[in-house]
Design a protein around this ligand. Structure first.
Ligand SMILES: C[S@@+](CC[C@H](N)C(=O)[O-])C[C@H]1O[C@@H](n2cnc3c(N)ncnc32)[C@H](O)[C@@H]1O
Length: 191
């Protein structure tokens, strides 16, 4: 995530946490880069950041693909495991007390979730199946006035995959109102 997008995420997370007093939720922890932004915003407002990931990596992070990092493979299991690196990131940032890590598949966690959320940040799998599942699973838990943040929104297919863009268009069609645009980061408010 570029610095300008990270700063924008931090700004809206701080605003949503202070205004709603509700937890902030991220789909797509990976190694924790964006989680520490949500965690510090949550810390300042006295709420908690939640982050969901199965920690096995997205399609593009698997062996042979563009974003594969061999150092993130568990040699015993032979699969990606980003959880240890994520925990080190959080520890180094001194933010462990402000984050609840939910390890599992996003739709399964969303299906058993029961607490209203002040912000939902979608940055998980980038296929239509996964991005749509994240949208359908988590936006019902967003409180009125809560913020929906979608990463990797590219209106031009030449710039990137279209699944997050389709989620963004669907959110607008379903009544969300655009708050800001920073690079590929779109912020929308629930009416
Ligand atoms: C693009 S990375 C997240 C990057 C992170 N937000 C950051 O800024 O550093 C996407 C993550 O989503 C996770 N993921 C993909 N599909 C998922 C699903 N259905 N349930 C849970 N996690 C998923 C992958 O394991 C991967 O770690």
């Amino acid at each position: 995530m570029p610095v300008d997008e990270g700063l924008a995420l931090y700004g809206v997370a701080a605003e949503a946490a202070a205004r709603t007093g509700l937890p902030l939720l991220e789909v797509g922890t990976y190694c924790g880069r964006s989680t520490i932004l949500l965690a510090d915003a949550a810390r300042r407002a006295g709420v908690v950041a939640l982050t969901v990931d199965h920690h096995r990596g997205s399609e593009e992070q698997q062996p042979g693909w563009e974003y594969h990092d061999t150092s993130l493979v568990d040699p015993e299991v032979g699969r990606m495991d980003t959880l240890p690196r994520f925990r080190r990131t959080l520890h180094a940032a001194g933010l462990e007390d402000h984050v609840i890590a939910l390890v599992g598949r996003s739709p399964q966690v969303a299906a058993v979730w029961g607490t209203p959320l002040g912000l939902v940040f979608i940055d998980g799998g980038h296929t239509d199946e996964h991005a749509t599942g994240d949208y359908e699973g988590w936006t019902p838990h967003l409180a009125p006035g809560g913020l929906l943040v979608v990463h990797d929104v590219f209106p031009d297919p030449a710039d990137g995959g279209q699944a997050p863009y389709r989620v963004y268009l669907r959110a607008l069609a379903e009544g969300f109102v655009e708050v800001s645009v920073t690079g590929s980061l779109r912020v929308l408010r629930r009416g």
